[in-house]
Design a protein around this ligand. Sequence first.
Ligand code: AMP
Length: 308
Amino acid sequence: MSTSSSLLVVGSVGLDTVETRAGKRADVLGGAASYFSVAASFLAPVRLTAVVGTDFPDAHTKLLETHAVDLAGLERVAGRTFRWSGVYAADFSTRTTLDTQLNVFQDFRPKLPAAWTDSEYVFLANIDPVLQLGVLEQTKKPRFVACDTMNFWIEGKRPDLVRLLERVDMLLLNDEEARQLSGQANLPAAARAIRAMGPKAVVIKRGDAGALLFHEAGVFSAPAFPIENVVDPTGAGDSFAGGFMGWMAREGDISPATIRTAMILGSVLASFSVEDFSLDRFRRLDLGQIRERFAAFSELVHFEKIKI
Ligand code: AMP
């Protein structure tokens, strides 16, 4: 493996209770930063900043450790870990959040280990934009900063989110959130409006319809890999971000060509994530399988540019 640039993430680490047509799991490892870190770790080492409570099982910490996720920024404090629960429609077209408990994230004031302030690639995964800003402000001169958010924060913390957006290079969000944030129903119009708020690039995730990148070089579309047996879509977006940023850090480059490949690696990692509950598919994933699916992706979208 080539020497990777440093990749830092802040975001939720927590316990999820999820119900899909494939079954139900209670208090399993979840959180945007958990999915991001493990997905990215297949491509580059990750520095994780987050907080958990005393009820967070050691087995989860061990899983992160076995994936070369540096936990020097993971605080464990008295109190309960972040919890989220949701249920999916049988066709996975919609997800209903049943409960969100911020718990120890409520009073979290992230403090980056001194050695991490020089991080070059920074991902502000889904969490309170005040915390995302708090981490960004401690970094010296990152090369590329991307962030994610969701309806919870667009509704509840819009002024803080707007301040954050002025300072990031790229925003990833799903189609519904892009419409909500911009007030535009049409996605290219929504992307244009969001780019006017700060980020030079916007990635709009559309579930099994794939992801669209809007940036200075135009528009790029990455399909979602067709998966027959979807078990649990939770964390697909965060795994996409992990594959994306993992590739950026591994390449140490922010050119449009690298960003396109990053879009495909994002789709590859997301496609594995949905094949099982929680982060379970990542437990039995290796670089060989990632390479195979990357090659299958190339077949999926390949066509000759003939004269018609
Ligand atoms: P995704 O399916 O990519 O939207 O991400 C789902 C993950 O986000 C779950 O594992 C949740 O623990 C986490 N999550 C849900 N709501 C929030 C929230 N308001 N803030 C931070 N993380 C959240």
